[in-house]
Design a protein. Structure first.
Length: 171
């Protein structure tokens, strides 16, 4: 099995070989423990974006040590950082409870991103303060994320429509 560093090196070689490729690298490009490394990744690959799914706790941890550093990172790359979560619920879950839990998690994430309130995550020690990226940034951040997701959804719908048409014609 390749090591974490070997996997990242293979990804970086692929991105170097295809500089025009638009690429969304999940989980803060698997460099979540160090915003400086995530920033270096984004600088090296201008066609890349990152998402924060299931990695916001790492930003909270770094903010507990240097909140301004995390804030500067989020503001500098606001058009290339996507909000996401790995939250989901399945057929065996209580839908109302699951949706309430997902919403509560989203509110905590939002609170970290746009306020300066002291917070404590059960998975992050010591307590951190929010990044205070306030309304201007959060509005751009939300709009950019929604815009990217909308464009990707349009592409997927178009692809799906072509596939369905091909399947229909083949029958």
């Amino acid at each position: 099995m390749p090591s974490h560093e070997e996997i990242l090196a293979a990804r970086d070689r692929m991105l170097t070989a295809h500089p025009a490729l638009r690429f969304d690298s999940v989980h803060l490009a698997s460099l979540e423990w160090d915003v400086d490394r995530v920033a270096a990744f984004l600088d090296r690959f201008p066609g890349a974006n990152v998402d924060m799914a299931a990695r916001l706790v790492h930003l909270e941890h770094q903010a507990s040590k240097d909140p301004q550093k995390v804030r500067r990172f989020l503001i500098r790359y606001q058009d290339r950082v996507l909000y996401g979560s790995d939250d989901a619920y399945g057929p065996g879950d209580d839908k109302v409870q699951a949706v309430a839990e997902i919403h509560a998690g989203w509110v905590e994430d939002w609170r970290f991103l746009v306020t300066h309130k002291r917070m404590h995550s059960p998975t992050s020690r010591p307590p951190s303060t929010g990044c205070t990226c306030r309304a201007r940034w959060s509005t751009r951040f939300t709009a950019a994320t929604r815009s990217r997701c909308s464009r990707r959804l349009e592409v997927l719908r178009s692809f799906h429509a072509r596939c369905n048409h091909s399947c229909t014609v083949a029958k």
